[in-house]
Write a protein that binds this ligand. Structure first.
Ligand code: GAL
Length: 422
């Protein structure tokens, strides 16, 4: 007979044994890494899972500090709070000049011993080392190279409407007209400041070319920044604004990518993390989607590289930190990770063989751009300037994109905001 009061059918001895066994079988990690990042979209999370699994295999646990918000604006705020409270995470996803700024504060670890043992000086492109190293010390580990001057397109819409890949901005406008008349949205866009700035990277390059990009946005030459070319850049931004739907405001970038994947919209101007979303949805390049450079930017490569900045942590956490740093630079890991993430490896030893057509194109284009001197850091993603300047540019761009201000006014605002941030 069974009742609530019936004598239990297990003995204390058996229960103790069961508890001991369950403790034994639970994954028990002697040490953890705590990682702050903003990889929360489907494709991003899948890529990150590869790193988690890699570390778990080596016996290290993963404490996830995921702060949603593409481009990492929210993550930056959390990081500041953690460092101020004296408890920095083990590793933090970080871009470009921010790494240097945190290193300047004396908050980052010295990874030189590991770097020397694993030959990082030879394996990492000099353009990335410039951010990974501070004062001769490796402080951060690059995991990828992303490119921002891409357009991602729905192949079926292009095929059905018999559209050719546009090579000039006028051609982009002409096909957009056809796309709209056929009932689709020409451009999927998410109205967030960093996404507008991501488009701006391409528009600056397309309108002004590499020399202008360098002068105005790397050297911050005020004549270039206030030149008639700058006004033309804002004209083109306004024309791009005309290609988006009415509901773009506040939309996340991956929701915009989903519009292209579903075939509601024909194109998205976005870095190749967008490819991670297509791949995650089971879509293939040249079968389901197309990747091509923003018109007028072919031959150039606008990059941003995600790095894991390693914070100075107490001794008990150092072993796990070094294991993570080593795994991030590992050739096999970088191949697997970047195939899923949409980016290309930061470790030059990785072969292009297993990458898809867009990845292989990116790797070849990068080589070519390095040779020609046309590889440039992304303005939007903190690889062209210090954070304060980057912020000033992003503000000017998004203000103009979301208002009826003239291009002349926008160019003037840009100059005064940049001057104020200098
Ligand atoms: C970028 C980052 C990419 C991607 C994107 C959207 O700043 O470099 O890896 O995650 O944000 O979240």
């Amino acid at each position: 007979m069974s009742s609530l009061y019936a004598k239990p059918r297990f003995s204390v001895k058996a229960l103790t044994a069961a508890i001991a066994l369950s403790t034994f079988t639970l994954p028990a990690f002697a040490e953890d890494v705590e990682v702050l990042h903003w990889w929360t979209s489907g494709g991003e999370a899948k890529a990150l899972q590869i790193l988690k699994a890699d570390l778990e295999k080596q016996g290290y646990g993963w404490q996830d500090l995921a702060i949603a918000g593409g481009g990492g604006d929210n993550a930056k705020t959390t990081l500041r709070a953690r460092v101020l409270s004296g408890e920095p995470p083990t590793a933090v996803q970080m871009l470009g000049f921010s790494i240097q700024e945190w290193a300047e504060q004396g908050t980052l670890a010295n990874l030189n011993e590991l770097a020397a043992k694993n030959d990082w000086d030879r394996l990492v492109p000099p353009d990335l080392q410039r951010f990974s190293k501070y004062d001769g010390k490796w402080v951060s580990v690059p995991v990828n190279i992303h490119r921002t001057n891409w357009i991602w397109a729905n192949k079926k819409i292009f095929d059905d409407l018999d559209l050719a890949v546009p090579t000039t901005f006028d051609e982009l406008l002409a096909i957009s007209d056809i796309i709209r008349k056929a009932g689709y949205i020409p451009l999927a866009h998410g109205g967030q400041a960093w996404q507008e700035a991501t488009i701006f990277d391409s528009v600056v390059m397309s309108v002004g070319g590499p020399e202008f990009y360098q002068k105005a946005f790397v050297d911050l030459d005020l004549d270039a920044l206030s030149s008639p070319t700058m006004v033309k850049v804002f004209d083109q931004m306004k024309a791009v604004r005309g290609l988006v739907d009415d509901n773009f405001s506040g939309r996340d970038w991956n929701i915009a990518t989903a519009m292209v994947i579903r075939g509601d919209a024909a194109m998205q101007i976005m870095g190749d993390w967008a490819k991670g979303e297509f791949i995650n949805a089971g879509k293939l390049p040249n079968k389901d989607f197309l990747c091509f450079e923003y018109p007028g930017t072919s031959g150039t490569f606008i990059y941003n590289s995600d790095q894991f900045a390693m914070f100075e942590v107490e001794d008990a956490r150092k072993k796990a930190q070094l294991a993570m740093a080593q795994s991030v630079m590992d050739e096999n890991f970088q191949e697997k990770f970047n195939i899923v993430k949409g980016s290309i490896p930061a470790n030059l030893a990785v072969s292009p063989t297993n990458f898809d057509a867009c990845g292989q194109k990116s790797m070849a284009d990068l080589k070519d751009a390095v040779k020609k001197g046309t590889m440039f850091g992304s303005i939007a993603h903190g690889h062209a300037n210090q954070a304060a300047i980057q912020g000033a540019i992003v503000d000017a761009v998004t203000d103009h994109f979301n208002s009826s201000a003239s291009s002349e006014t926008a160019a003037k605002t840009l100059v005064s905001l940049v001057q104020g941030a200098m």
